[in-house]
Design a protein around this ligand. Structure first.
Ligand code: VGL
Ligand code: ZN
Length: 193
């Protein structure tokens, strides 16, 4: 399988490349920082690179003290919520923050708050290539959101990492994205036009 990049019609989407989801962070994905050696060079091949940022207020509904599943993480303005120092930010031209409403969980960056699909389509984007964290939460939900928004979606399986809160979450997320129409590829399948 080889996929040719068309910089006018293709965008790279880097999901939540934040300290809290990387080794040393409160919601670390094992080997999470390995995504950067794939994504940093790849980003140079795209004209439009978008990154999302989980951006919670301190009283967010997803936190355990409010009955949610997670310890406090990605709190607005804190070190934990910053992009990893390993991420080359020089190629990123748009950052989309999400899950900032205290009473709403939001694993997708492609919802009615951001209207991201429409914005990308208005710029001529037809295909979005996904990397980032976490396969079983924000990558999965953003991929489904982008597909529902009418975009063609490619998931870069060597540029994503899972939390795996329950065994098998990663496999189920990959299967579900595929069933919804996402194409699972490796970064080496991408060739420049
Ligand atoms: C995420 C758990 C909680 C993610 C965000 O970015 O996948 N996971 N908040
Ligand atoms: Zn979160």
């Amino acid at each position: 399988m080889s996929v040719k990049i068309n910089p006018e019609k293709d965008a790279l989407f880097i999901t939540d490349p934040q300290n809290c989801f990387l080794p040393g962070g409160v919601l670390a994905t094992p080997k999470g920082d390995e995504i950067f050696k794939v994504l940093n060079p790849l980003a140079k091949k795209f004209k439009l690179v978008v990154a999302s940022q989980d951006w919670h207020p301190p009283n967010h509904i997803s936190f355990k003290d409010r009955g949610g599943p997670w310890p406090p993480h990605c709190i607005q303005g804190k070190e934990d919520a910053e992009f990893s120092p390993k991420l080359d930010q020089s190629n990123i031209s748009l950052v989309v923050r999400k899950a900032f409403n205290p009473d709403e969980e939001e694993y997708t960056a492609f919802d009615e708050h951001t209207r991201l699909s429409n914005m990308l389509k208005a710029r001529g984007i037809e295909r979005v290539f996904f990397g980032g964290i976490a396969t079983d939460y924000c990558v999965h939900d953003s991929v489904i959101g982008a597909l529902k928004g009418g975009l063609d979606v490619y998931v870069l399986t060597d540029a994503i990492k899972a939390i795996n809160a329950k065994p098998g979450d990663e496999e189920r997320a990959l299967e579900d994205m595929k069933e919804h129409g996402a194409k699972l590829i490796m970064s080496k399948d991408i060739v420049e036009k």
